[in-house]
Design a protein around this ligand. Structure first.
Ligand code: SAM
Length: 258
């Protein structure tokens, strides 16, 4: 069923409005007829199953049939601090991270980033990255739209990540495998750092350790900068689901979703 994000809320029987490109998508691309169903999401975890009432130009009126909590949001919040990679590899990282359940993405400027920060181009990059996050949220049926935040220097990002219960930095020379760290602790929020094509410097890894981040290994192979974030997210999301079965996550929510 087509999903659209709206900044609105409603109750069963209410008429809600879809405007702009989404309304044109309903009428022109999907050629939907009155009575056909769409899902509206308020972006804060509530889904509205609706039926189309009528379309006119770039407006579509829908009637709310059912209001439910989105079941597609993980109960663990993972913020990915991904070093900015070359070219459009970041697009892939953002798209796949959203599909995998990331809560938000912070592009990080670490020492060996090949990307050279440029204030003018950052605005366009951020707009494109957040559009990718929106499209991936729609396609994967997310209840929220993970935000891609402005590019952040490494030191500032480390401090930002301090708020998280679990703090990890993926490093190919780390001694501890990620699964050992996840086995040993429970968390509801986590901050995960992954490096650029050239990796993190030892100085950067030590700075992270000094702030309570655990360097973790993802195995004996060297993953590409765009592969590592997806590997970390897959393992953490899987572990969250498995732990929920054992009630280990310490969350007040019975049914932990991933
Ligand atoms: N400097 C590294 C080398 O060539 O030996 C390559 C860095 S790798 C392309 C980019 C990032 O992916 C690393 O900074 C790290 O965050 C992550 N990564 C890649 N392989 C990893 C592994 N086996 N364990 C943990 N992190 C890994």
């Amino acid at each position: 069923m087509p999903r659209f994000f709206v900044d609105a809320s409603g109750s069963v029987g209410d008429i809600m409005l879809v405007e702009g490109d989404d309304a044109l998508h309903i009428s022109k691309s999907l050629r939907m007829k009155p009575g056909e169903e769409v899902t509206l999401c308020d972006g804060r975890g509530t889904d509205y199953r609706c039926e189309l009432v009528k379309t006119s130009g770039n407006n579509a009126q829908v009637r709310v049939l059912e209001v439910t909590q989105s079941t597609s949001e993980p109960s663990v919040e993972i913020t990915l601090y991904a070093s900015v990679t070359k070219g459009d590899k970041m697009d892939i990282v953002i798209q796949k991270a959203v599909e995998l359940g990331v809560s938000s993405i912070v592009p990080v400027l670490s020492e060996r980033c090949i990307y050279r920060y440029d204030k003018d181009s950052e605005k366009n990059k951020l707009a494109r990255w957040n559009k990718i996050a929106l499209e991936a949220s729609k396609q994967s049926g997310r209840g929220r739209i993970p935000r891609v935040l402005p590019i952040m220097p490494y030191e500032q990002a480390l401090k930002e990540g301090m708020k998280a219960d679990m703090r990890l930095i993926a490093h190919e020379r780390a001694a501890i495998p990620i699964w050992e760290v996840i086995e040993s602790g429970t968390y509801l929020t986590s901050a995960v750092f992954t490096g650029p094509e050239g990796g993190f410097t030892e100085k950067e890894v030590m700075a992270a350790e000094g702030l309570g981040y655990t360097p973790i290994s993802l195995g004996n192979r060297i993953l590409r900068a765009e592969t590592a974030p997806l590997c970390v997210l897959s393992i953490m999301i899987y572990a969250a689901k498995r732990d929920s079965k054992k009630g280990r996550l310490g969350s007040e929510k019975e049914d932990i979703t991933i």
